[in-house]
Ligand binder design. Structure first.
Ligand code: PAF
Length: 304
């Protein structure tokens, strides 16, 4: 395995955060852009700016498109939105080595499992992150909230070998390997399924859901239904209500990622968050009428 053969698919906030963090570690990741975006840049090496409260660093990074990748990929981090990840991965599939290690960093669930099943020979990992990052302009990423990223193989028995072990040391992002990544993905999905759609529907900040009124009543119904689904799936989820209310309090002034997408008229990741939860509930015969009502009202408001 080439030590420096890192590719990152997607140059949004998470793609740029990971690319800059790998550069900071001394690696030379290449950022894969869609053909149309790639064509907009005259130069094929771009300055990537990483800002944290109090510090700014600049790195030079190679950009490529699926058409211009000229060596086999043996380590790939997929940082596209959940709904774009399969198509993005298919665009680079001819370049993946058979034992390529792939790390998927999508929100929600469903997209990771589809990709795992589409790539039977490669080792597919998923990650669940609490890092907060945003782009102020293309290739200018702000690491606003230092969190942690749990990573683990999506295929039983895989991933304990070399994989992404080197992400555990001398890396500015906090990466922790775990054997229970599905549990971690569910824990995050559970919280997002209660907060994100509601903030998009009411076009409000996270903290405004705790209004002791209509929003909070709906929030608490979503929490109760989510708990029933997790219980039916035998997934451990203690104190979901305290956790969701806690996130609303600690991120009170934040605009959730889904509300931001809705404001920009973009397709949200809700079909991989609430949509995935509702699908599981239907299979299990658990009633999730508040989640269904939320998705219906979002769709009536033109938010997909
Ligand atoms: O999706 C998001 O924006 C975040 O996961 C959360 C927790 C809702 C905070 O804004």
């Amino acid at each position: 395995m080439h030590a420096d053969n890192w590719y990152i698919l997607g140059a949004g906030s998470i793609g740029c955060l990971w690319a800059a963090s790998l550069c900071h570690k001394g690696e030379s990741p290449r950022l894969i852009l869609r053909e149309s975006s790639y064509q907009q840049f005259g130069q094929k090496r771009i300055p990537l700016k990483l800002s944290t409260p109090g510090q700014t660093s600049l790195f030079d990074v190679d950009i490529v498109s699926p058409e211009t990748i000229d060596n086999p990929i043996n380590r790939l981090i997929v940082c596209t939105k959940a709904q774009d990840s399969l198509a993005a991965l298919n665009s680079v599939k001819p370049h993946l080595t058979d034992n390529c290690q792939i790390l998927l960093l999508q929100n929600g669930m469903g997209s990771q499992q589809i990709i795992r099943d589409a790539l039977p020979t490669q080792t597919v990992w998923a990650g669940s992150s609490t890092d907060g990052a945003y782009l102020s302009s293309p290739f200018e990423v702000h690491h606003a909230g230092q969190g942690q990223t749990w990573i683990g193989s999506l295929r039983n028995g895989q991933g304990s070998e070399q994989g992404f072990n080197d992400l555990s040391d001398h890396f500015r992002l906090k990466v922790i390997q775990c054997n229970t990544i599905e549990q971690k993905l569910w824990e995050k999905l559970a919280i997002n399924s209660c907060i994100n759609g509601l903030t998009a529907l009411f076009n409000c900040r996270n903290g405004e859901l705790l209004d002791n009124g209509e929003k909070q009543a709906w929030l608490d119904e979503l929490i109760a239904e989510t708990c029933s689904v997790l219980a039916a799936l035998e997934i451990r989820a203690t104190s979901l209500k305290e956790k969701v209310h806690g996130v609303c309090q600690t991120t009170a002034s934040n605009i959730s990622s889904t509300c931001q997408d809705a404001r920009k008229g973009r397709v949200t990741e809700l079909s991989f968050i609430n949509g995935f939860l509702i699908k599981q509930a239907n299979i299990l015969g658990v009633s999730v009428s508040s989640h269904n009502r939320l998705m219906d009202q979002l769709s009536a408001a033109g938010i997909r």
